[in-house]
Design a protein around this ligand. Structure first.
Ligand SMILES: CC[C@H](C(=O)O)C(=O)SCCNC(=O)CCNC(=O)[C@H](O)C(C)(C)COP(=O)(O)OP(=O)(O)OC[C@H]1O[C@@H](n2cnc3c(N)ncnc32)[C@H](O)[C@@H]1OP(=O)(O)O
Ligand SMILES: [Co+2]
Length: 135
């Protein structure tokens, strides 16, 4: 069902400072930077092995990241698992009775297809299923 951890999502207040830390101090190359209006975020993906760190800052007050920062401050936000069949993965979660945030996949960063499971369904861990776009 999941081939690898695609990324860990980290909520930040100062995106450029966070990018500098991960890129210059941790040596992670920046792979992609994009504002994804539908999620109300600006996101930067940095490569670490076969996975990424996804740094996220809110670009709208009503985004999930803005609410998270307001409530918790910056920090670890979610984990994303890569799947090559997000519909089948979602169906398996639905059949297992897990609370889904997204009933159907949505467009994520880099034209990926993503769907979130509620953290309460996964022991307090906000969990994202991601089917990366072929690129
Ligand atoms: C560009 C897309 C990119 C990609 O990879 O392609 C992204 O990853 S975008 C990432 C940002 N977008 C999302 O996370 C979308 C899914 N998230 C949501 O829909 C909400 O954040 C939700 C439903 C998880 C929580 O929203 P809500 O308004 O209900 O916030 P509350 O503060 O009331 O929280 C309710 C309850 O959930 C707990 N919670 C909230 N966020 C997290 C979290 N990140 N990890 C673990 N738990 C979380 C919160 O503590 C509350 O628990 P309670 O016990 O009731 O206090
Ligand atoms: Co993500």
């Amino acid at each position: 069902m999941f081939g690898r951890i695609d990324h860990i999502g980290v909520a930040v207040t100062d995106l450029d400072a966070a990018v500098a830390l991960y890129e210059q101090t941790f040596g992670m190359p920046v792979a992609h930077r994009e504002t994804v209006e539908s999620f109300g975020v600006e996101a930067v993906l940095l490569d670490v092995g076969e996975s990424h760190v996804e740094l996220l800052r809110p670009v709208s007050d009503d985004s999930a990241i803005a609410r998270f920062l307001e409530r918790n401050g910056p920090g670890l936000h979610h984990v994303a698992y890569a799947t090559d069949d997000i519909e089948a993965a979602l169906e398996r979660c639905r059949a297992a009775g897990l609370r889904l945030i997204d009933e159907r996949p949505r467009r994520g960063i880099r034209n990926s297809r993503v769907a979130f499971l509620h953290p309460k369904a996964v022991g307090g861990v906000l969990t994202e299923l991601v089917q990366p776009a072929a690129h």
